[in-house]
Design a protein around this ligand. Structure first.
Ligand SMILES: Nc1nc2c(ncn2[C@@H]2O[C@H](COP(=O)(O)OP(=O)(O)OP(=O)(O)O)[C@@H](O)[C@H]2O)c(=O)[nH]1
Ligand SMILES: [Mg+2]
Length: 294
């Protein structure tokens, strides 16, 4: 196909890629975009060549001057026109080749999340895994879901997503999406996706400041939803797998028809007492932030 991806009549799915200085990652990400998936790179004020590289590789580039992960996702969703919209990070931590499997999951759910399965220990720092797991549990308590991860790779129907009326413009956006979806009675499914070490400099999980900011944004969203009623379906969530309640094997997640869940090839995360002192400090900081002590 010689047409630029942006105007191809074959486009059926829009893929929103929030992007802040991801020049090192974009070539790998965009070259792996499956046919029929139109990448919408939302440049969030990059000072590197992200926008230029994305455009040269046929992506539709949208500029969002308001900083923030949510602001970038929001701008991408507003630009999307396809019936189905996917989201994924642009840092090469996630493989676009996994998107079709998530989209297939929409046959039996309204929101499909990629549960991150790190391919190496370095892919997902211990403090970030821990923080994410605690947030997922808080989410489950409020929303009646049984999720393990607030995975950034997602698929949903565009119009339904727009109707959710998401307002968080920062790192609370992914959490707000799931909370509101659950409140709207959506079936929410989780499928395993490989999580690779990111390309380029880490902006969030690699720094204490970034981690704290993300945790605070998420806690703000949780607090805002604390008083809202639990949806009727909450006692019967769409997910069948709850490792917190019963240690179930990885294959217990019900994949979409034809789906091939990826498996965790990495060793289990190192115990906090076995990791380097800086990691221990980050774990302690994250835990304190989650408990509201910072
Ligand atoms: N940090 C950050 N990322 C943004 C922003 N706007 C867009 N992004 C993009 O959002 C995606 C997710 O951000 P990441 O920096 O990868 O955040 P993370 O995966 O939690 O943490 P690290 O990969 O360890 O930095 C990436 O593609 C970023 O380029 C923003 O304002 N801040
Ligand atoms: Mg990342």
């Amino acid at each position: 196909m010689n047409e630029p991806r942006g105007i191809s009549v074959a486009t059926v799915i829009d893929v929103v890629l929030p992007c802040l200085n991801e020049a090192a990652a974009l070539p790998w990400v965009l070259d792996r975009m499956p046919d029929g998936h139109r990448p919408i790179v939302v440049d969030n004020g990059s000072t590197d060549r992200s926008a230029e590289i994305a455009a040269a590789r046929g992506a539709l580039v949208v500029r969002e001057p308001r900083r923030g992960f949510g602001a970038a996702c929001h701008a991408g969703l507003a630009t999307a026109t396809a019936e189905i919209v996917c989201f994924m990070d642009a840092d090469a931590s996630l493989d676009p080749g996994e998107l079709p499997r998530l989209v297939n999951g929409l046959a039996t759910a309204e929101l499909v999340l990629g549960r991150r399965r790190p391919t190496s220990l370095g892919a997902w720092p211990v403090h970030a895994r821990l923080g994410n797991a605690v947030l997922a549990r808080s989410l489950n308590r409020r929303a009646g879901t049984r999720l393990h991860d607030l995975g950034p790779m997602r698929a949903a129907r565009r119009e339904a997503l727009e109707e959710l009326g998401l307002t968080d413009m920062r790192f609370g956006y992914p959490l707000e999406m799931v909370l509101r979806a659950a409140q709207a009675g959506w079936r929410i499914t989780e499928l395993d996706t490989a999580y690779h070490p990111r390309e380029g400099r880490s902006k969030v999980t690699g720094t204490v400041r970034g981690t704290l900011r993300a945790v605070r944004d998420m806690r703000r969203v949780l607090a805002a939803h604390a008083t809202q009623p639990t949806p009727a379906h909450a006692t019967q969530p769409a997910l069948v797998h709850d490792a917190q309640a019963t240690p179930t094997p990885a294959h217990a997640i019900q994949p979409a028809p034809g789906a091939q869940p990826t498996h965790d090839t990495s060793p289990a995360p190192a115990h906090a007492s076995q990791v380097a002192p800086t990691r221990n400090a980050q774990v302690a900081t994250t835990t304190a932030a989650l408990e509201g002590r910072r």
